[in-house]
Design a protein around this ligand. Structure first.
Ligand SMILES: Cc1cc2nc3c(=O)[nH]c(=O)nc-3n(C[C@H](O)[C@H](O)[C@H](O)COP(=O)(O)OP(=O)(O)OC[C@H]3O[C@@H](n4cnc5c(N)ncnc54)[C@H](O)[C@@H]3O)c2cc1C
Length: 437
């Protein structure tokens, strides 16, 4: 391909974000993707059985996810996200039926913990001070070493937050990334804690508008063509072998915005974290629009298998993260068990199970153990014009949408700051949206 400054491989959020920044800075970008569509682990699809567009899995953004909101503004789709404002995390204990809602206050001083109606029932303000232990975590510490598994908040708050944010059981999850999530949400106050959900799905909110924004910036794209190998000579990538043929790289840079196992296949000499953790989602179609207890589109569940419910119209979607045991079970058994739990929460009969779609993402995100955390690479590699992006690279955050988008920005910054910067990229960014700092 003649006239390309940067080849971005992978059209998930990391690749889209890198391509957007690079194109805004005037680079000529080619975007390559193995699948027939963009979005990777964050996408919607038309489900024949439910006769609805559904998402591969319930995705929740938080108000503090600044890079995602900046990305949404630049692709013009912030209005596709709906906030739960003021911030509230309603919960129900499936074993006891007890309900509560965590409602942080504005500003960084957490006086909400002084109000019994805004905190977990049966807990005292002093119990919440335990969160400070996370900030003094060593690299080798797990969450369960810093937050007492026998403590009053573990099952009702710390565990659900850890599993949702890190997709890793707190007994093996690294403590430091959870500290970062809490610092960027609860540490900043109500607005940074607001949960945001896509109004019409992930692809309409985060993917299709990005593809349109990239097309407007002249980014070329090739979908349905996996990268199979890289040729490296004298410390530079010189060629890319795709399923449909070879591409000479010339002076261009190459960004691998791929999941870690795909990078490991292409670069077997790198030591990378590769163990992934599954997420199971079950989408149930009901007879009418669903209203969740607590009155918002989101409900946290403890004391059972189901963890979070998200309602959109007549579809209620259940997320189970760190779903190691569950993912191996047959879909019918999973749906029957989960429906029994949520029927209770919704006040519906346990039989018959409504029409459902199970989505098992076996390699949903990196299993974020302390060991994996130390193995996460930055954007640069030993190969001069080769860069890594992806939610699993070292962003300080757990593998989330925010991490993916930040990793794309880190890569574009590294390229634009002169690491193997192709001479044809102009020094002055021509577009307003550019931030090649
Ligand atoms: C079920 C589920 C629920 C989630 N919930 C949340 C949530 O609530 N909040 C949150 O912030 N995050 C959530 N996440 C995480 C979020 O989806 C990811 O962090 C993010 O989508 C990762 O983006 P990425 O670009 O790094 O990787 P990917 O989305 O994996 O993109 C990589 C792309 O590379 C492509 N590819 C792979 N191999 C090749 C190859 N050889 N050649 C070319 N292309 C290739 C893939 O097809 C893919 O499109 C969830 C993830 C899942 C699966």
């Amino acid at each position: 391909m003649i006239g390309v400054d940067v080849h971005v491989i992978g059209a998930g959020l990391a690749g889209l974000s890198a391509a957007l920044d690079l194109a805004d800075a005037g680079a000529r970008v080619a975007l390559h993707e193995a699948a027939p569509q963009a979005g990777g682990r964050c996408r919607s699809f038309a489900d024949q059985l439910l006769e609805r567009e559904i998402d591969n899995g319930g995705h929740v953004l938080l108000g503090g996810n600044k890079a995602v909101f900046d990305y949404l503004d630049r692709i013009g789709s912030r209005a596709e996200m709906e906030a739960i404002a003021p911030a509230a995390f309603p919960f129900m204990d499936l074993a006891t039926g007890e309900t509560w809602s965590i409602r942080p206050n504005a500003g960084p001083i957490p006086w909400w913990i002084m109000a019994p109606s805004r905190r977990v029932p049966g807990t005292r303000p002093a119990d919440y001070a335990e969160a400070l232990n996370l900030y003094f975590a060593a690299e080798t510490d797990t969450v369960a070493r810093r937050l007492d598994p026998e403590g009053p908040l573990f099952q009702a708050l710390w565990e659900p937050l850890c599993v949702a944010a890190l997709n890793t059981n707190p007994r093996e999850a690294a403590a430091k990334p959870l500290a970062r999530v809490l610092a960027e949400s609860f540490g900043k106050g109500e607005a940074a804690c607001r949960p945001y959900l896509p109004c019409n799905g992930l692809t309409p909110a985060l993917i299709d508008p990005a593809l349109m924004a990239l097309a407007r910036r002249g980014v070329t794209r090739r979908f349905g063509v996996p990268l199979e190998a890289l040729s490296v000579q004298a410390g530079r990538v010189t060629g890319l072998r795709f399923a449909d043929g070879d591409v000479s790289v010339g002076d261009a840079c190459v960004v691998l915005a791929l999941p870690p196992y795909a990078v490991a296949r292409l670069l077997p000499d790198l030591t990378l974290p590769q163990e992934m953790s599954p997420i199971v989602n079950v989408h149930f179609k009901l007879d009418a629009a669903v209203t969740l207890p607590g009155g918002t589109r989101l409900l946290g569940l403890v004391g059972g298998t189901a963890q979070w419910l998200i309602a959109r119209g007549d579809v209620v979607s259940v997320t189970v993260s760190a779903a190691d045991g569950l993912v191996e079970r047959p879909n019918e058994a999973i749906a029957a068990m989960i429906w029994r739990e949520i029927a209770k929460a919704l006040g519906k009969p346990p039989f018959p199970v409504p029409p459902y779609r199970t989505v098992k993402e076996r390699r949903a995100t990196l299993r974020l153990t302390p060991k994996a955390e130390t193995l996460r690479p930055g954007p640069l590699t030993a190969t001069q014009n080769l860069f890594l992006a992806g939610d699993w690279t070292q962003t300080g955050l757990p593998p989330t949408m925010e991490s993916a988008i930040r990793s794309g920005r880190a890569v574009s910054r590294a390229i634009l700051q002169g690491h193997a910067r192709p001479a044809t990229i102009p020094r002055e960014a021509p577009h307003d949206g550019a931030r090649p700092t």
